[in-house]
Design a protein around this ligand. Sequence first.
Ligand code: GDP
Length: 297
Amino acid sequence: MAFEGLTERLQNAMKRLRGKGKVTEADLRETMREIRLALLEADVNFDVVKDFVKTVRDRASGSAVLEGLNPAQQIVKIVDEELTKTMGEEAVPLNKSDKIPTIIMMAGLQGAGKTTTVGKLANKLKTENNARPLMIAADIYRPAAIDQLVTVGQQIDVPVFELGTNVNPVEIVRQGLAKAAEDHNDYVFIDTAGRLQIDEQLMQELADIKALANPDEILLVIDAMTGQNAVATAEGFDNQLDITGVVLTKLDGDTRGGAALSIRAVTGKPIKFVGQGEKMSDLDVFHPDRMASRILG
Ligand code: GDP
């Protein structure tokens, strides 16, 4: 289960404070030391941990909290609030253009869940907002990727624009956008190629697609199971593409929590959705406060 180790360790760290009428600075120091270790073990970015621990310690120390009513409860509340803040405070909705179509470009490493997430998002817009999306298959390097998107399209009854694997991706996107204009689609998703890791050719291709499509949203799909690498990947893509948001996938797995807690703080870009399974319905809006509660258990 996601966050299992982190939840247990955070709870243990704070348990020592419970039942104490008065918490000493030494108790607080020890609790913060344990929280720090718990976060580092969960693969939270080092600088994020440092800032987090300092903020919580500053807010909790001093007589107002330590000698006030229910110090343990107050400290738990501070930890909860600061976890929420670290993840961005408020849910951030999908960008929307004033005129149709809203263009959403997806990026991410191979296997992160890009194609699946395109389907999930298109399905969500279709079922919840009566939207009429078009999905463009621009990943020509993995032939199976096009078939996969076509299959997803059939499953959710959303059209897919594809030109096979012999036309270059920028041209596919150009023609796909023309098709969307013709058909008055209100959303266009561009499923781009992934790689095993960030390389220059991939980034150039994504930059070219971005220049042509001028997307309203560039969503980076990140596998939550990849821990610290998830953060490095997010930074790499953001530096090159200036992404507008992140979808964190595989939160149904036993991820330790580092990606969820670090990405916003490191990149400044919001996590907008989380993937929590392989089914088309397994996508949820990311609510930092709910995630903080889930992490605290
Ligand atoms: P892409 O290469 O980035 O397009 O990745 P795919 O969309 O093909 O996904 C790779 C694998 O991850 C597939 O087996 C998906 O079913 C799976 N997957 C995607 N999102 C999730 C998720 O949120 N949870 C789980 N458990 N699996 C996911």
